[in-house]
Design a protein around this ligand. Structure first.
Ligand SMILES: NCc1[nH]cc(CCC(=O)O)c1CC(=O)O
Length: 311
């Protein structure tokens, strides 16, 4: 193989991520010519509705999968957070790369932290996960929807539509916008989204020729943690339609996974955690999901989905 094409969304963050993988592949394989095919997805185009209403995460990946299917591209680079828990038939994740900062970031031009925000202050986020956790701890704040790519969200903050916004620290750091971060939210304050901060490389499942080539990009610890997180979310039917979080860490080959399911208004917050050896990442995710289901996460999720549909 002497040429490889990467399919990527065209947002600045997606392009940074694609360039990053391109550079890593070129360093590994000096003979390989790597090109990037930028494309717009439905998730990028429909900006006036929340993700939970337009159908969620799949909207950011479908067009890229079509390019893999047609042979216009060999690999697709995604924020693994945006990748549905079940890939469509015929596609596979070939690598999960080392994670950037997994935390959520508090961004404001006026206030240094969530604690400083006065009653009625407006916080921008369209993530039900972020919304539920903020409402549970700070019921006096107002949450307003905020969509668009990272630059768009920052511009809306700067235009004065919000007192503060919450973004993934990883995206800001990659775009050299770290100085916008006023505070990083500890996982105990804002449990990250499943996979947040990690990149995933998707291929067509029949591209055996790519498996060995991409293997060096896989980061074993990140892959173990993200596998546990995605397993948790998969059991619970996780998507952007429900407030769900999952975050795993690994120390001495033992993975510890915490997860939650909540009502968007923060009135119900079910939490669970467990640990397991690294080879049991998938089972660990299922075990933490089971703990949540034993706390009646099932009816809560059904009720939340029904409420969202009626909004
Ligand atoms: N939902 C969009 C999205 N997908 C991935 C990231 C950030 C980077 C990452 O998690 O890898 C973001 C932006 C955000 O949540 O602020």
């Amino acid at each position: 193989m002497n040429k490889l094409v990467i399919a990527s969304r065209e947002s600045k963050l997606a392009m940074w991520q694609a360039e990053h993988i391109k550079a890593r592949l070129e360093a590994l394989y000096p003979q390989l010519a790597v090109e990037i095919l930028g494309m717009t997805t439905q998730g990028d185009q429909i900006l006036d509705k929340t993700l939970s209403k337009i159908g969620g995460k799949g909207l950011f990946v479908k067009e890229l999968e079509q390019a893999l299917q047609d042979g216009r591209a060999d690999i697709a680079v995604h924020s693994i957070k945006d990748v549905p828990m079940n890939l469509p038939q015929g596609f596979a994740l070939a690598a999960i790369c080392e994670r950037e900062d997994p935390r959520d970031a508090f961004v404001s031009n006026t206030y240094a932290s969530l604690h400083e925000l006065p009653a009625g202050a407006v916080v921008g986020t369209s993530s039900l996960r972020r919304e539920s956790q903020i409402r549970a701890r700070f019921p006096h704040l107002t949450i307003k929807p905020l969509r668009g790519n990272v630059q768009t969200r920052l511009r809306k903050l700067d235009d004065g539509e919000f007192d503060a916004i919450i973004l993934a620290a990883a995206g800001l750091k990659r775009l050299e916008l770290s100085e916008r971060i006023r505070a990083e939210l500890a996982p105990s304050e804002s449990l990250p989204a499943v996979g947040q901060g990690a990149l995933g490389i998707e291929i067509r499942a029949d591209r055996d020729d790519l498996t060995a080539l991409l293997a060096p990009l896989n980061h074993a610890d990140t892959a173990a943690c993200v596998t546990a997180e995605r397993s948790l979310s998969r059991v619970l039917g996780g998507s952007c339609q429900i407030p769900i979080g999952g975050f795993a860490t690994i120390t001495d080959d033992v993975i510890t996974l915490g997860g939650f399911v909540a009502h968007p208004d923060g009135s119900v917050m079910l939490t669970a955690s467990a640990s397991a050896p690294r080879d049991y990442a998938d089972a660990l995710g299922r075990a933490v999901a089971k703990q949540l289901l034993e706390q009646d996460a099932g009816p809560l999720i059904a009720a939340v989905i029904a409420e969202q549909a009626n909004k």
